[in-house]
Design a protein around this ligand. Structure first.
Ligand code: DQQ
Length: 577
């Protein structure tokens, strides 16, 4: 991308996001929008209209990044950035919940909160590592002054035999890492540590030099004394600050996850970064040269903000961990609200976590595949089934007798051939999927598609969030677009209603496409083609709520589409904090 267009795009994002300017004229990399006046306005009443039923949420107030997820002695620990005093970002602590199944959660007191000189202005994101001897340790970013200077700290359990690890100690030899030779306000979010053959631990810390985003590398023999490597593990020009880096191996042989210190064998590595400038993430698949501590993305992975995303919707600051109980790698991501802060203060809450997903390397070796953890299925209740349902141009058929506001839907569509696929206009080549989805929408007639689900729909379709596919015929191949379009999701005016979309790299030889959507009051989390492309939308219907929400399958393409199989379940409420 041209430097000038990069600058303009960043400028727009900065203006939209309202980056905080200091009196001295410097820019604080606050990372989140700051609404001082609301930071400590405690929720009196909670608005339940759009609260989710089975997604992770605390009872009240603001949440953002997942922090330090881990599996320890049979218990899943989940920490997250939390404002205990209000429904906007601020006063951040590490809230803590525990679970035995990743679905039912018990809240505990905050594990880490500002209290020492090395974190008195903030306890920001970080990760957990299980040290030899089965000893968990947390690394997190501490803010040490009003100028937002960032250091890396550690915390350890006060009592290893407490099954819930409720109390955490922040020893006085903190901070472990000072921002020396780096940009001190762009230096945060340490990763889980991995152990090298040379007997050194390694971590990454997100950073930025001018416009170059980077993952600083640190090494340590004893986990206490850390030395900065001369070169970052990886960096990429014009990507801005890299928040919440995540780096881990994936197997070429199986869907099982790998412990982060597996650095050899039939594996590749994944590096994910969260781009502060765009609030999107991207990841690359590549090779980690452990002897020289360099990561090189494969030439099939785009290494810029046009790269692959875990999720093409509202999903940020994600983090994975290795679940040794079930040998899988689990991915958590934060789905922020799409309404505004005044609405959040009125609601008394803001932010959810997406359903934890198992993540593994696709057979193509070019991308990841994700799927909601199997434990979610324990919440499935009443089920409806549909098969062999033909959908002609303009048809929409209702899926009745489930709670459409809170449901899990799995569907496979087939089409007799691809002959009617619309031509992919060469002028769209420079459009990204989201622009194309906005341009085409779910109602503009196509050839093969648009077809899919109308979720959170009101009876007369004044409101609906369509999740759908559209197949195009390009010069040498077919292009599959998947959209989750919030444009018509709500009659409310001042909302962010994006047409989120991604392309799906799928083999259409069987003339089939599958879709799974987790619909939960104000979130629709969708998995296309078995989890190759995932999109999360936050939406706020006014009519399509509770019992008045409906679910349909639809087709607006000239080619007839058949619902081969559809299973939909009403979803129960888990224990949620
Ligand atoms: N959120 C944290 C930071 C991180 C950002 C602060 C990402 O540590 O960079 O709440 O959302």
């Amino acid at each position: 991308m041209e430097a000038s267009s990069w600058f303009l795009r960043v400028l727009v994002v900065v203006i939209l996001r309202g980056t905080v300017f200091l009196n001295n004229g410097g820019v604080v990399e606050a990372s989140h929008e700051v609404y001082m006046e609301y930071q400590s306005v405690s929720a009196v009443e909670l608005n339940h209209l759009h609260r989710t039923g089975f997604h992770f949420q605390p009872k009240r107030h603001w949440i953002n990044d997942p922090n330090g997820p881990m599996y320890y002695n049979g218990i899943y620990h989940f920490f997250y950035q939390y404002n205990p005093k209000g429904a906007v970002w601020g006063n951040i602590v590490w809230a803590h919940s525990v679970s035995t199944d990743l679905i039912n959660w018990k809240p505990l007191p905050p594990a880490i909160y500002p209290s020492k000189p090395f974190d008195q202005y903030g306890t920001w994101s970080g990760s957990a590592t299980i040290l030899p001897g089965n000893k968990p340790i947390i690394l997190y970013t501490g803010i040490i002054d009003k100028n937002n200077t960032q250091v890396q700290n550690y915390a350890i359990p006060a009592n290893y035999s407490d099954p819930y690890l409720q109390k955490w100690i922040k020893p006085n030899n903190n901070p472990l890492v000072f921002p020396v030779g780096v940009n001190k306000t762009a230096f945060r979010d340490p990763t889980t540590a991995w152990f090298g053959k040379d007997g050194h631990w390694r971590i990454l810390v997100g950073g930025r030099r001018k416009h170059r985003g980077m993952a600083h590398l640190y090494r340590s023999r004893d986990f206490m004394k850390w030395t900065k490597a001369q070169h970052p593990l990886h960096s990429s020009a014009m990507t801005g600050m890299w928040e919440c880096p995540d780096f881990y191996p994936v197997s070429l042989d199986s869907e099982n996850g790998l412990e982060v210190s597996v650095i050899e064998g039939n594996i590749k590595h994944v590096l994910k970064v969260s781009l502060d400038e765009t609030r999107y993430e991207y990841y690359t698949i590549g090779k980690y040269f452990s002897k020289i501590d360099k990561y090189v993305p494969d030439n099939t992975s785009v290494d810029s903000w046009a790269g692959l995303r875990y999720d093409y919707g509202n999903f940020y600051a994600s983090k994975t961990f290795f679940d040794c109980g079930k040998n899988r790698r689990i991915l958590w991501g934060w789905a922020n609200e799409s309404d505004n802060s005044i609405e959040d203060v009125k609601k008394g809450w803001a932010g959810i976590q997406t359903i934890p997903r198992k993540a593994w390397l696709d057979k193509s070796e070019k991308q990841l595949v994700q799927w909601p953890v199997e434990e979610l299925e324990t919440l499935r209740r009443r089920k409806v089934h549909l098969s062999n349902q033909k959908l002609n141009l303009g048809d929409h058929v209702e899926i009745k007798e489930i709670t459409a506001a809170q449901a899990d839907v799995e569907v496979t569509f087939s089409f007799p051939s691809l002959d009617k696929a619309e031509a992919f206009d060469p002028s769209w080549v420079n459009m990204d999927a989201q622009e194309l989805c906005k341009h085409k929408g779910s109602t503009v007639q196509g050839g093969v598609g648009p077809f899919g689900l109308l979720t959170l729909a009101s009876q007369h379709l004044e409101e609906y969030t369509p999740v759908f596919f559209r197949v195009f015929k390009a010069k040498d191949n077919h292009v599959v677009l998947m959209c989750s379009d919030a444009t018509s999701s709500s009659l409310k005016k001042k909302l962010y209603k994006p047409s989120f979309a991604g392309f799906v790299n799928v083999d259409l030889a069987e003339n089939e496409l599958s879709l799974r959507s987790l619909i939960d009051n104000s979130v629709v989390e969708s998995f296309g083609a078995g989890g190759k492309t995932c999109i999360t939308s936050r939406v706020y219907p006014t009519l399509a709520v509770f019992k008045d929400a409906h679910l349909y399958v639809f087709n607006n393409g000239t080619e007839t589409v058949t619902v081969e199989n559809l299973d939909a379940w009403s979803m129960n409420y888990p224990l949620m904090n």
